[in-house]
Ligand binder design. Structure first.
Ligand SMILES: [Zn+2]
Length: 68
């Protein structure tokens, strides 16, 4: 294995790969249905809509479900 000719200078330490592993902040867009922030190209977790239609069922916190 080749040896390093120089050690990393202090000015380059911040741009090393190990120093940039942190995640970037999550990008959000406004949901066209409920206008809440959601991930682009993801189903809205607030209303369950994607591409103008409901694709997942969102459990209502109010729990006012009564049959009949
Ligand atoms: Zn939504």
């Amino acid at each position: 294995m080749a040896n390093l000719k120089w050690k990393t200078p202090r000015s380059k330490t911040r741009s090393r790969r190990a120093a940039n592993w942190k995640l970037s902040p999550v990008t959000t867009v406004e949901c066209s249905q409920c206008h809440q922030p959601k991930r682009p190209h993801f189903v809205c977790q607030t209303c369950g809509f994607y591409d103008g239609r409901q694709v997942i069922a969102i459990k209502d916190k109010h729990a006012g479900h009564n049959p009949g």
